[in-house]
Design a protein around this ligand. Structure first.
Ligand code: FES
Length: 125
């Protein structure tokens, strides 16, 4: 954190449990903060598609297609190793650990630094 940055309170540590998310106002925008597999991630609540509230959508495991030996579709399954933020407007999916749009990982949600100390969670702006 440099001398010009600010800390914005998100929640008490106990109020953001594993798999939960909290969206908080930060200046003129909002930031969604997630706790996934013990780590915290924070992104601007602004979808890269058409500006929807990406962080208000579902957090769910990646859906993978299982193909048979002849490369035809057999079934879909969840991959619990990779969790996605799903924008509620048109279902663009973002990797929760990076904020990357999973169809084109060159673009990503705006990421914020998030810190947890003394039982409190803050984003750095
Ligand atoms: S605005 Fe998010 S998917 Fe369209």
């Amino acid at each position: 954190m440099n001398s010009t940055s600010d800390k914005v309170f998100v929640a008490a540590s106990a109020d953001l449990k594993e798999g939960e998310r909290k969206v908080v106002p930060v200046g003129s925008t909002e930031v969604g903060v997630y706790r996934v597999k013990g780590k915290l991630y924070a992104y601007q609540n602004l979808c890269l598609h058409q500006g929807g509230p990406a962080c208000e959508g579902l957090l769910m495991p990646k859906v993978e297609e299982v193909l048979g030996p002849d490369k035809t579709y057999v079934q879909s399954r969840f991959n619990y190793d990779e969790w996605h933020i799903i924008c509620p407007w048109h279902a663009w999916e973002y990797d929760v650990t990076t904020g990357e749009y999973v169809v084109n990982r060159k673009i990503h949600l705006k990421k914020y630094e998030v810190v947890e100390e003394s039982g409190k969670i803050h984003v750095i702006v």
